[in-house]
Design a protein around this ligand. Structure first.
Ligand SMILES: [Mg+2]
Length: 622
């Protein structure tokens, strides 16, 4: 069992390395501080090496160590005692390298399961009676090959309709150019990654396709890398000058925006930054509004829709356990219907109690002014009150102008009747859809009685799908983050684990040893600082060479991560992860210690410091 060795090893060390059992040099480490417990306050029960933060060594970090001894011998040697401060610092450095090297069990790598569900908040699925879903990138996961098609089509729209230079055709889609959650400063044409404290992560600011020097970024923001609150994006990711790219469709948008800016800068063409941003956004939106993307998907669902059989398995399993299901999506019915038939079968609507299409999220969650309302056979609005939502009917938020509500236009406006049978001839004023109604979530709650923690809603957009439900309505929420699969595969590598662990250990050394301020010691500390910076860049680049992980800016959580934690109880790579858990499973978030707390929680002592869903412990219940 992958985790057992680590847990047993951790437990043994904990019991062994206490008080008088601690060898001399380890006792010194424990008495001064430890990596896991903090830098300055001695912890008599913590022997440094046994603390959760110090388990993992940095023996295989792919860079050159500044240690003079290490340059002569690759293997970490015993601590050399010397009265010289700089020699003492290097001896502590080697001790830490050895400690980290010796204490890393081989099992520590490849521990995280990309098919696991991660909890921000405790939640018991046994309490959940009603499951709600978004459609795009939630029930239906799409192939990345869509991105290059969106990029190429929007690029052509810019050339043909917006009269941009044809030379921008030389720019092809760069698949890993950007990551989700980045911010764009429209006035400065800067694409950048911002952390949870509103600081730009240095080294991650790009204008066009080229990096912007850190000094220039700092200069642009008045001598700081901090972005003031009034400039930041608002609740839904849109600020006066900064926009946040939050959905997966925005990956081709960021790539196109950067390509066009790059062209103008390279040719010294004067351009209006606001116009350019808006034109690119509109061109990307046109790909959706004109229904092109829907057509591509409908034409080859086998190619573009991923994990369809697993979505089917999730839905049928929930229904078989007595759960109620509903769907609220911004996409049009005809598109959803075709996709669901492909994934689930022609009777897919039998699984759902309520289906609402073109919902105009997030307005659907916040606007009370549009009650559900029936349309008669000729599409005329009726005055009679809606007292319940009928299973088998399709409901639609239909506030005009509907094209602007979600940026979507149906590829097929002759929407199908429930179950795909004969059309009942029910059409709205625009001649679309089966029986259509207006609506909002307040009425939805009133009509269904589905309130609070009985309801768990899944979506991929932190703002449009999850924020209001979590903050205003008290539903439980699950975020679908497809990037998690790739990020976990990187975290599982030996290189990442070694780099990160040694980086943490070195940071602890820097913090503790900064009191040595003689000239030689300062040079040692400067060398450590350079090494730390090098490792930080290495670990960042493992995820994305320009922007790193979507979850971290070096040590801090990203702005995206902060929102993820705030707006979701659970997060996972795909809906199919639910198949790995019982329908009564309770998710307990790890108690991550606050800065003033010792990480000595019993759950971590019992299961090891790396309490994660271990690969071989995952029970696959399908
Ligand atoms: Mg979606």
């Amino acid at each position: 069992m992958a985790g057992a060795g680590l847990r047993a090893a951790a437990g043994c060390r904990w019991l062994r390395l206490r008080g008088d059992d601690v060898p001399g040099w380890q006792r010194a480490t424990a008495a001064s501080s430890c990596q896991g417990c903090g830098p300055s306050v001695p912890n008599p029960t913590c022997a440094g090496s046994s603390c959760p933060g110090a388990h993992c060594p940095g023996a295989s970090v792919a860079y050159s160590s500044p240690d003079p001894a290490a340059q002569q011998s690759a293997a970490p040697g015993p601590a050399a005692q010397s009265p010289e401060p700089s020699a003492y610092l290097w001896s502590r450095y080697r001790e830490m390298r050895k400690l980290v090297h010796d204490l890393l069990p081989p099992e520590v790598c490849n521990l995280l399961n990309p098919a696991a569900i991660y909890a921000n908040n405790e939640i018991s699925l046994g309490d959940v009676e009603v499951y709600g879903f978004d459609y795009d990138y939630t029930l239906a996961q799409y192939s990345d090959s869509l991105h290059s098609m969106i990029f190429n089509t929007a690029r052509e729209i810019l050339i043909q309709q917006y009269k941009y230079p044809g030379e921008i055709r030389k720019y092809d889609y760069i698949p890993d150019f950007a990551i989700r959650g980045l911010h764009y400063d429209v006035q400065k044409s800067l694409l950048m990654k911002i952390d949870a404290f509103h600081y730009v992560q240095l080294g991650t600011a790009y204008r066009g396709l080229r990096p912007v020097p850190d000094e220039e970024v700092i200069d642009l923001y008045g001598g700081t890398q901090h972005i003031p609150l009034y400039q930041m994006s608002d609740f839904y990711g849109k600020g006066p000058s900064l926009k946040q790219f939050m959905d997966i469709f925005s990956l081709p948008e960021m790539a196109l925006l950067s390509s066009v800016v790059d062209h103008f800068l390279a040719h010294r063409l004067e351009f209006d930054q606001t116009h350019l941003y808006k034109d690119v956004s509109d061109a990307i939106r046109d790909v959706h509004v004109k229904g092109l993307m829907y057509q591509w998907i409908e034409k080859d669902m086998e190619k573009y829709i991923l994990r369809g059989d697993e979505t089917h398995a999730v839905l049928t399993r929930l229904v078989n356990h007595g759960k109620k299901l509903f769907l609220i999506t911004n996409s049009p019915f005809s598109f959803v219907d075709k996709g669901m038939k492909h994934m689930v079968g022609k009777d897919w609507r039998d699984l759902f109690d309520v289906v609402i299409v073109r919902a105009d999220k997030p307005n659907f969650f916040t606007d009370r002014r549009k009650p559900f309302r029936k349309l008669d056979e000729s599409g005329v609005l009726q005055w009679d009150k809606i007292n319940h939502l009928e299973k088998g009917k399709i409901y639609r938020q239909d506030h005009l102008p509907w094209e602007l509500q979600a940026g979507f236009l149906p590829a097929d406006t002759s929407s199908r009747p429930p179950g795909g049978g004969q059309s009942p001839g029910v059409r709205d004023r625009l001649g679309r859809g089966p029986r259509s109604c207006q609506g909002n979530l307040f009425d939805f709650l009133y009509l269904t009685g589905w309130r609070g923690s009985r309801v768990l809603y899944f979506g991929d957009h932190l703002y449009s799908d999850l924020a209001d439900l979590m903050l205003r309505h008290g539903w439980r929420t699950g975020a679908i983050i497809p990037e998690l699969e790739k990020e976990i595969s990187i975290i599982n590598t030996e290189q990442y684990m070694h780099s990160l662990t040694w980086q943490q250990a070195l940071t602890g050394l820097l913090e503790r040893m900064q009191t040595y301020q003689d000239e030689e010691s300062r040079q040692v500390l400067a060398a450590w600082m350079r090494e730390r910076q090098e490792i930080r860049s290495i670990t960042k680049n493992l995820f994305n060479p320009r922007f790193g992980s979507i979850f971290r800016t070096f040590h801090n959580p990203t702005y995206f991560s902060r929102r993820l934690v705030r707006f979701s109880d659970l997060y996972m790579a795909s809906l199919s992860c639910l198949l790995n858990y019982s329908v009564n499973f309770t998710f307990y978030p790890r108690r991550t210690p606050l800065q003033h707390e010792a990480p000595l929680w019993m759950d971590q002592l019992c299961t090891g410091c790396m309490k994660t869903p271990f690969l071989e412990e995952m029970v696959h219940i399908r």
